[in-house]
Design a protein around this ligand. Structure first.
Ligand code: BES
Ligand code: ZN
Length: 649
């Protein structure tokens, strides 16, 4: 069937189980090598280099593109790509200028619309170039098109992409599996008053023609291809590091992230030379659904990190660490996300220790450990404890499931515990070798275990229960413990408060002093100061408060510490979650609405909607707010919040 017929039918296919017209298709589809989330027949034909010709049209909120795949072909008659929410116009074979149109078919959407559709292109055994002409649609979940009102400038629109885990296929027709690495280049045309950036070597200044060329010369997995377009400025921070942001935010970003060069030195000292040339951070608008995303050469970061006091820079340490764990050595499939994220959280904790000292780093780790414990308790309660294994079976499941405290924190504590078993020096030596040995490759749990056995455990004669850690649910009893004596004070505050006392009542003391030769009694008033404690300590305090603390008592705390007025979104999030468990949430409704309207980071937004959904009144409020603000969210956050509010089991 000719390609043209398919132009308008692709989206209609989404719910139908219509069989593919291509006889070879079912046969091909059953041979998916090792990745439950991609249709690609990588073992027969795989992309090695991708060139993108893109035109970004803000008026139509559409990217018009040609994806030019240079492929290694082992004699395939079909090349299979992943697509979701794309309109495919035509497919040609051959190098640019000598292209010939070829037939293609588009398979049905999977039952739960998780992985999307297979695009099957007729090729011959010698085909090395496949060019796919396409455009994005409203269903392109990776894309966030921001109207001017949602940007800092309020005068220019903004666009950014989010590829991980399986959203790259919603803006590029591609073999969207982390098991395949490609280099890429791109020619991107944008409105002439906007700057375009990618996860590649980047411009620092506007080009009047609106045309930008990009090269990523190191082979990366598809989820790391990223694009951002907006009224963006640049500031160099030294040591091959810099920040990009909307111009209004640039100065604040430079201040908040001024320690980046130092982080880079620390990271290189720990685990070897940085492999990607420059390391820049792009601070996106508030709708960005994550704290950070490790797009190579250009980490995407959330503006909620700009607290003015560097209290959340560990997120940047985390994304920088991904330049080794994740971007150099990549999880082969999403079942082993822990090999990306657990390793990275451990690395992040080590960077923070070098930067801020062990006491502070341990407090940060303690906050994360508390989150892990809560996640495990919830998993036990709702019978999902099987998902607390590090290695997960994700067949027919959304890979998003893997993004939990299990991969991150249980993963990090795997390495912390290993460190205790073999000693820091040995573990560091091992990780150094690991990043070199598997550089620009992918890793599975089994390959990791083989390497761990041979290069660390056997050599040091250590017995380690890695199978239990990786393949069994729960937390093994040998899990490393963190001593954080400084937190005793915070715990005591929470305990006293929960017991109905007021641990924050000013303490009045009288003291005799001598003034002008006379003895005089003076009054001394000491009060707990908000600034005397870390943001993370206040978080631990709020989290330790009894779930159904009465509104009057929350009001009292708010009067003293202004939790509901703070600009720190970590505190705000925890405070709203606690408040939602009583009627107090209705007293701080304006702040709640303002927060959910402005901020799109899922880690904050989702727990708040979930907490609201626990009561009838709260659910009603949550739904009203959600309906008002949902267009401000990226699809990642919008879909999760929608589930919390409308699909509660
Ligand atoms: N790579 C992740 C984000 C991600 C993971 C997106 C899986 C989609 C699927 C990123 O590095 C990350 O972990 N971000 C965290 C940072 C935190 C753990 C310091 C976030 O956004 O909160
Ligand atoms: Zn991460």
């Amino acid at each position: 069937m000719r390609a043209l017929l398919f132009i308008f039918t692709l989206l209609l296919w989404s719910c139908s189980g219509a069989p593919s017209k291509q006889p070879a298709a079912t046969e091909q589809l059953s041979q998916r090598p090792n990745d439950d989330h991609s249709y690609a027949n990588l073992d027969q034909i795989n992309t090695q280099h991708l060139h993108l010709d893109l035109e970004v049209d803000f008026a139509a909120k559409t990217i018009y593109g040609i994806a030019r795949h240079q492929m290694r072909n082992r004699g395939a008659d079909t090349a299979i790509f992943d697509v979701k929410g794309l309109l495919i116009q035509k497919v040609t074979l051959g190098p640019k200028g000598a292209e010939k149109e070829t037939d293609f078919t588009i398979g049905p959407m999977d039952k739960d619309s998780i992985i999307g559709q297979a695009l099957l292109v007729n090729v011959d055994a010698k085909t090395a170039n496949v060019n796919i002409y396409y455009q994005t649609t409203e269903a392109s979940g990776a894309l966030d098109w921001l109207d001017t009102a949602l940007t800092s400038s309020k005068t220019k629109p903004f666009l950014y992409t989010q590829g991980q885990a399986i959203l790259t296929r919603t803006w590029i027709p591609i073999q969207d599996s982390p098991s395949n690495r490609i280099t890429y280049s791109a020619d991107v045309k944008v409105p002439s008053d906007l700057l375009a950036l990618m996860s590649a070597k980047n411009p620092t200044k506007l080009n009047k023609s609106g045309r930008y060329h990009f090269e990523m010369t190191k082979a990366i997995p598809s989820y790391l291809i990223a694009l951002a377009v907006g009224d963006i400025g640049f500031k160099d921070l030294g040591q091959h590091c810099g920040v990009y942001a909307e111009k209004e935010l640039l100065q604040d970003c430079a201040k908040e992230f001024e320690d980046l060069p130092q982080m880079m030195r620390v990271a290189e000292d720990l685990y070897g030379a940085y492999q990607w040339g420059r390391y820049d951070v792009l601070v996106l608008p508030y709708s960005f659904p994550f704290g950070g995303m490790e797009n190579p050469m250009l980490t995407f970061a959330n503006p909620t990190l700009l607290t003015g006091d560097k209290s959340l820079v560990s997120v940047v340490a985390h994304e920088l660490a991904h330049s080794w764990s994740g971007n150099l050595v990549t999880n082969h499939s999403w079942s082993d996300l822990w090999l990306n994220e657990g390793t990275t959280v451990y690395f992040e904790q080590r960077i923070m220790e070098a930067l801020r000292g062990k006491e502070i780093a341990d407090i940060l780790a303690q906050v994360e450990f508390g989150e892990l414990q809560q996640t495990l308790t919830e998993m036990a309660a709702d019978s999902t404890i099987q998902d607390s294994k590090l290695h997960l079976d994700l067949a027919k499941r959304d890979p998003d499931i893997a993004m939990s405290d299990i991969a991150y924190v249980k993963g990090a504590f795997f390495f912390r515990t290993l460190e205790q078993a073999v000693g820091r020096k040995q573990l560091d030596h091992f990780l150094n070798k690991y990043f070199k040995h598997f550089a620009f490759q992918t890793i599975t749990a089994d390959r990791f275990i083989d390497y761990l056995e041979a290069q660390l455990l056997a050599k040091s004669g250590t017995d380690f229960n890695y199978r239990q850690w990786i393949y069994e649910p729960g937390l093994p009893t040998n899990c490393a413990q963190i001593a954080a004596p400084r937190l005793d004070q915070i715990k005591a505050f929470a305990q006293a408060f929960n017991a109905g006392k007021d641990p924050f009542k000013p303490v009045i003391k009288y003291k005799w002093i001598r003034k002008n030769g006379k003895r005089k009694k003076i009054k001394q008033r000491t009060e707990v100061q908000y600034n005397a404690y870390l943001i993370q300590e206040w978080q631990l305090f709020i989290r330790a408060l009894a779930p159904q603390t009465k509104p009057a008592r929350l009001r009292q705390l708010d009067k003293q510490f202004h939790f509901a007025q703070t600009q720190n979104s970590e505190i705000l999030c925890d405070w709203f979650v606690l408040a939602a468990q009583s009627d107090y949430i209705f007293e701080i409704k304006p702040q709640l609405k303002a927060f959910l309207n402005k901020i799109g980071r899922r880690k904050f937004v989702l727990p708040i909607y979930q907490a609201l959904a626990e009561s009838k009144k709260g659910m009603k409020l949550g739904r009203v707010i959600f309906q008002e603000v949902k267009t401000h969210y990226h699809s990642v956050t919008r879909n999760s919040a929608w589930k919390a509010l409308y699909k509660k089991a």
